[in-house]
Each structure stands twice: as structure tokens, then as C-alpha cells.
Design a binder for this molecule. Structure first.
Ligand code: MG
Length: 370
């Protein structure tokens, strides 16, 4: 192995906090590789993720609303980019490893099948007798097995720390793994939640599923609106909405950074080891957590269970279920790569991997061609 001395390593030594995960201290990759002359291990992970096919396909996958609802709302890709953006802000403020944070954020939803959680539920039902289907676990299958891009190894051969973060999401850590996630992992979890609090409210307003008056019942929204009014006076319509959405993100991000800084100092966190042995450092404090729960419960009832969304969901699940059943009955119609998976891991898993790799659009086309 080449000695680690690169612009990235020097930069990390100069800027990162002692409790940040440094790339030169990574536990490495499953298949060993030469270090890169000027990209850190986590920069390479980020690049491998953004260049893979499953990442590009996120642009045509549902976050909450399918493409039938227009083109204002978030897709799985733009959600992912918002998470990465928020997470990097928090990481820089706390002097964490932004490259690792970016990798974790960009990969976190890469395992989603078409049609969001509706698609996931159908595949999970169909695979009930053979391990089920979960988008977090599917992300690991994609990056460890299904993406074929390198002659030397299957998957993307990502660094241990990126895989560990995703294994925590999938609840599939090796037995005996102890301690808290790295702070970089905690930041991405927090950013994911902040992103959807804000963008699901924004998308639902744009689509007319909610009104600002509905959201004013909720403490988090009302307080953000009050802050906006203090600064700008009386705003209405789109200027009010965009200002409140910005304020919501800013309130949550600022609160979490402040809480993390005070816990880091209170518990005298000086190393990655200390992070592992501490309690969670980046969770929303009680008052904010309660307000987030109130907002999320409201969005669940009023948006995710809105009759229009449920109608889209019913159509999507019926189509995706039939597509899966078709490939289960006719495995010879699967591409060779997936037939091979069928030989090794069973037809159901192969059909699920293939169907899950589709975008909303290509799943619709495949269904129409049955
Ligand atoms: Mg997400």
C-alpha cells in the first residue's frame, strides 16, 4: 500500500475535529485497493455512488408523489440531494468528515424500488417467506452485489464506514457490534428527517393537499411563520411558503448543531472511540422532538393517507405486484444476470431485484408490455 499522504489527508488533519472519522483511519474495503493519489477513500466512495446506475435511476423514482402529480415535487433523487446538502452543512459546522457524510447521504435511499414505500410494501409481501424486502437492505445488495462496474470486484467495494452506516439503517450489523454510530452517520439520519419535514409540507401545499391554515395548527410551522413575520412583515402566498420552509430547515439544523456542540463539550468527546461509547449526540432535544412528531403525524394522516395519494398507491402496487408475479412465473424472461441470481438465491429474490431496479417510468412500461 502507498503511504497515506495526499491533499485530502492533509486537509482532514488541518480541519476535522478529533471526533470526526478520518479517511486514513478507515477500516478499509472488503477487496483491498491501492490508495488514490489525490482522492480520499470517502471521496472515492461518493464518486462511485454518484456514477452508478442505481443512483441515476433515483431521478425517476417516487419520494411521496408519483410523476402523475406534475414536476414541482421531490423525486427520490432530489430528496437525496437535499439530505446531502443539509447533512454537509451540519458536518461542516461540527467539523466532521463531509466526504463521508456525503457518501452516506447519497447512498441512503438508493435501494428504493419504484413507487416509494408502496412499491416496497408489495415486494415485502411477495417475499414474506424468504427474508422480505426492505429498501435499506436493498441498498446494501446494490452496492455490494448488484452494481457491476469494476473488473476486480462485484458492487462498488465501498469503505467499511459507509457500509456500516447503511447496515445500521438496515438493522443488519454483524452480531456483537456495539456502541453508537459515527457522528457522520448521526448527521445524515438527522438531515433525512429534517429534509422530509420541510419538503413534504412544501410539496403537499403545492399540490393543494394542505393549506397554510392547516399547517398553522402545528407548533413547528407556526413558530417558523412567526420568525418569518418578524423579519419580513406580512408575506402571503409563495413568498411566505418558501420563507417558512427555509426557516423550518434553519430552525431544526441550528437546534441540532447547538445541542450536539453542548453534548460534545459536556461529555468531553475527544475521539471516534468516545463517540462510540457515548449516548446519541445528535438527536433532537425533547421539545423539538415533540414538535417534529406532531408535524410528522399530521403529514402522515393528511398527506401520505390523502385519498389522491392512496389512489396512486393502489394503482402502483397492483401494477408492480403483477410485474413481480410475471417474472416469478417466467424467470426465463429475466435478463441473464438476474437469472443467475435466481439460480443462487431463488426466483423470488431475483424477480424482486429486477423489479426493484426499475424506475416508476420503466416499471409502468414493463407492466404495459405484459
Ligand atoms: Mg431518505
Amino acid at each position: 500500500m502507498m503511504p497515506i499522504s495526499s491533499p485530502s489527508a492533509d486537509r482532514e488533519s488541518a480541519f476535522l475535529a478529533p471526533y470526526a472519522m478520518r479517511s486514513d483511519l478507515s477500516a478499509g474495503r472488503r477487496y483491498s485497493e491501492q490508495t488514490h493519489p489525490y482522492r480520499s477513500a470517502f471521496q472515492r466512495d461518493r464518486d462511485r455512488i454518484t456514477h452508478c446506475a442505481a443512483f441515476r435511476r433515483l431521478s425517476h423514482k417516487t419520494q411521496v408523489f408519483t410523476g402523475d402529480s406534475g414536476d414541482y415535487h421531490r423525486t427520490r433523487l432530489t430528496h437525496t440531494l437535499e439530505v446531502a446538502s443539509i447533512a454537509r452543512t451540519m458536518a461542516r459546522a461540527l467539523r466532521l468528515n463531509e466526504d463521508l457524510v456525503e457518501s452516506l447521504a447519497l447512498v441512503h435511499d438508493i435501494g428504493h424500488p419504484p413507487f416509494g414505500h408502496a412499491g416496497e410494501d408489495v415486494l415485502n409481501e411477495r417475499l414474506a417467506d424468504c427474508g422480505g424486502f426492505n429498501h435499506n437492505a436493498q441498498a446494501l445488495r446494490i452496492v455490494e452485489q448488484l452494481e457491476i462496474r469494476y473488473p476486480d470486484f462485484p458492487g462498488l467495494n465501498l469503505s467499511h464506514e459507509v457500509l456500516e452506516g447503511q447496515r445500521r439503517r438496515a438493522k443488519s450489523l454483524p452480531p456483537g457490534t456495539q456502541g453508537q454510530p459515527l457522528l457522520e452517520v448521526q448527521v445524515v439520519d438527522a438531515a433525512d428527517s429534517i429534509a422530509y419535514d420541510a419538503h413534504d409540507a412544501d410539496d403537499a401545499l403545492e399540490l393543494g393537499l394542505l393549506t397554510v391554515g392547516d399547517l398553522n395548527q402545528l407548533a413547528l410551522w407556526r413558530e417558523a411563520t412567526d420568525r418569518v413575520s418578524e423579519r419580513y412583515g406580512d408575506l402571503n402566498g409563495l413568498p411566505l411558503r418558501t420563507a417558512v420552509i427555509r426557516q423550518l430547515i434553519d430552525t431544526e439544523v441550528s437546534c441540532l448543531i447547538e445541542v450536539a456542540e453542548s453534548r460534545l463539550s459536556e461529555f468531553a468527546i475527544q475521539s471516534v472511540e468516545d463517540v462510540r461509547n457515548s449516548s446519541a449526540l445528535l438527536t433532537a432535544p425533547g421539545e423539538l422532538a415533540a414538535k417534529k412528531r406532531e408535524l410528522q403525524a399530521f403529514l402522515f394522516a393528511e398527506v401520505y393517507r390523502h385519498p389522491d395519494v392512496l389512489k396512486q398507491r393502489a394503482t402502483s402496487t397492483a401494477e408492480l405486484g403483477q410485474l413481480f408475479d410475471h417474472y416469478l412465473r417466467r424467470p426465463e424472461r429475466l435478463p441473464d444476470f438476474y437469472q443467475q441470481i435466481g439460480n443462487e438465491e431463488g426466483r423470488a429474490r431475483a424477480a424482486a431485484d429486477f423489479v426493484a431496479s426499475h424506475t416508476d417510468r420503466s416499471a409502468r412500461e414493463a407492466f404495459a408490455g405484459l
